[in-house]
Design a protein around this ligand. Sequence first.
Ligand SMILES: [Zn+2]
Ligand SMILES: [Zn+2]
Length: 250
Amino acid sequence: MNSRGRTGTVKAALKRTAIDLLYPRRCMICHGPAPWGEYICPECEPELPVIESRRCRKCGKPVEDFEALCPDCEKNPHQYDRGIGIYRYDSVMREAVSYLKYKGRREYGEAMGIYAAESARSELMTWNPEIIVPIPIHPARLRERGYNQAEVIARAVSEESGIRMAPDALQRKDTTSAMKNLSVRERYSNLSKVLVAGPGLSGIRSALIVDDIYTTGATVDAGARVLRDAGISRIYFLSVCIGGGFMVSY
Ligand SMILES: [Zn+2]
Ligand SMILES: [Zn+2]
């Protein structure tokens, strides 16, 4: 338990305890067994690269003291209203995310979701979104990986915050067009074409998009545009990591 405390429901806590008995969790930083009931070793927790500096008032990226918006948000009118990422995408988080995505360490996603929800508790209370929407991954990745890492994170955020999970609100069409060689702008327009709104969104006014990494915002923007077209007027995002540069991550 860290100093920020936890708000998870009793049901969620019991479920986690049952899972602990069956599969002892590993710490996402040292990859050793995590202490009983914990997600990260107490010695490893200080290594989490929490962003403590001033943040861009739109996307939450770290900014210089005199800036209200980061250079990205100065240039791009984003499709979402506001968002926040919790950790810098440094070598520690890069490794943790890669274990989550490529080495089957699903529990790292749970840990990330719990920590992200705790860290963004005041934002979540202010924004008060009705549903939590994970960014879907490519169907081929899903088949190969067995889970969508953003959905694992989003479920933990949902259990921790009590906000309803809407796992199918955004869906990804099965396209095989390689996006590797496309520019950021081309990827963005491509992504807008592959994401579609799922059923059950009528009457929903606000949503929180959840993803593992926010870089340029292209992915979140594509999702936000689809949700806005489906009638949702207030759209926020919560990402575990926030990176700089122009690398779009899937
Ligand atoms: Zn550790
Ligand atoms: Zn920004």
